[in-house]
Design a protein around this ligand. Structure first.
Ligand SMILES: NC(=O)c1ccc[n+]([C@@H]2O[C@H](COP(=O)([O-])OP(=O)(O)OC[C@H]3O[C@@H](n4cnc5c(N)ncnc54)[C@H](OP(=O)(O)O)[C@@H]3O)[C@@H](O)[C@H]2O)c1
Length: 304
């Protein structure tokens, strides 16, 4: 660590491997926090204004790891991370590696094992918010892996945002949250673009549709909270709406989309789950019951 004449708290040199939009945002946040920052990217010339603001650009991973104590890697995927780090011949003594690349829980656990086999202190992470939030209170970052390693980087990581949460020792937890949240995002975005296509086919102007469609988003927070309570209690009252009713509603959407030649595959897949739940005798229960139907089908051990 480097002690500065102006501040009592020592600054930790940080290295950022990867200068895509997110890597640049992370490096920028560390610079704003007055951390010494070194950056590396596979393709040169991606550092933007970071050098002018004090970042040191190096042309090898080996030099980048040598310069930092906390090494952040943020690349397109885990294969890129693995290839980059395998090739580097870097000396990781007294270095901590934080992988903020998006991926899958199994990949995170494998990466943690890879690091452990080389004696590298490792945390896996997931960034839940877009680049403009990084370095602001709106940033949300999850970390998982060794508690001791987390404690050793906690202060340094405060530069990334106010909400950096450690989820525990399992290195796969951050990715697990990320993929489950991406599940909501991916299906929601598909639902939105599909609904615009359907509305357009019915001659509805996008702005007029949007005025009503935005109300759907407002319903979701309460529903998510209520579903969590029902899943925890394993009790799915059909007092507000039922699975049988949802089967009817989704059929109208599928038929209308199909009549316009619009792909309805995502909806028919959703309806197939609903149909299986009805066939299993859950038609009169609430929609959160579908969670246990999916879980039981996957594991054979659900509570359904
Ligand atoms: N952007 C966001 O708002 C956001 C939000 C949350 C999470 N994330 C996650 O953050 C990570 C980085 O995202 P990003 O937005 O910065 O852009 P990205 O397009 O996902 O990644 C670009 C980075 O990956 C590097 N890369 C690609 N293939 C590589 C390889 N085979 N070997 C070495 N480096 C390779 C690129 O280097 P080159 O320049 O050499 O191609 C560049 O540094 C991703 O996992 C993404 O899911 C991003």
């Amino acid at each position: 660590m480097i002690a500065t004449p102006h501040e009592s708290a020592p600054l930790t040199p940080v290295t950022v491997l990867g200068l895509g939009p997110m890597g640049r945002a992370l490096a920028s946040a560390f610079l704003n926090a007055r951390q010494p920052v070194t950056v590396w990217n596979r393709t040169p010339g991606k550092a933007g204004d970071l050098p002018d603001r004090g970042a040191v650009v190096v042309d090898s991973v080996q030099a980048a790891v040598r310069a930092g104590e906390v090494i952040i890697v943020c690349l397109i995927d885990y294969d890129a991370v693995r290839a980059t780090l395998e090739d580097s011949r870097a000396d990781w003594t007294n270095r901590r590696l934080i992988n903020l690349t998006s991926g899958e829980p199994a990949q995170a656990r494998q990466m943690s094992q890879w690091a452990s086999a080389r004696g590298i202190d490792y945390l896996d992470g997931a960034i839940l918010t877009p680049t403009p939030t990084i370095g602001t209170p709106a940033a949300a970052v999850l970390l998982s892996g060794s508690h001791d390693v987390y404690e050793s980087v906690r202060e340094t990581m405060n530069a990334v945002g106010s909400t950096v949460t450690h989820l525990g020792d399992d290195p796969g937890q951050a990715s697990a949250y990320e993929v489950a949240l991406l599940d909501i995002f991916a299906t929601s975005v598909n639902g939105i673009v599909h609904a615009f296509a359907l509305a357009s086919a019915e001659g509805i102007e996008p702005e007029r549709f949007a005025a009503l469609a935005t109300g759907i988003g407002g319903l979701l927070p309460e529903m998510i909270t209520r579903f969590a309570q029902q899943i925890r209690a394993d009790h799915y009252p059909g007092d507000r709406s039922t699975i049988a009713s949802a089967a009817s509603g989704i059929t109208h959407v599928i038929n209308t989309a199909t009549s316009h030649g619009i792909d309805a595959a995502m909806l028919t897949a959703a309806k197939a789950v609903i149909d299986r739940a009805v066939a299993d005798g859950y038609g009169s229960e609430g929609l959160a019951r579908l969670t246990t139907v999916l879980h039981k089908e996957a594991t054979g051990t659900g509570t359904a």
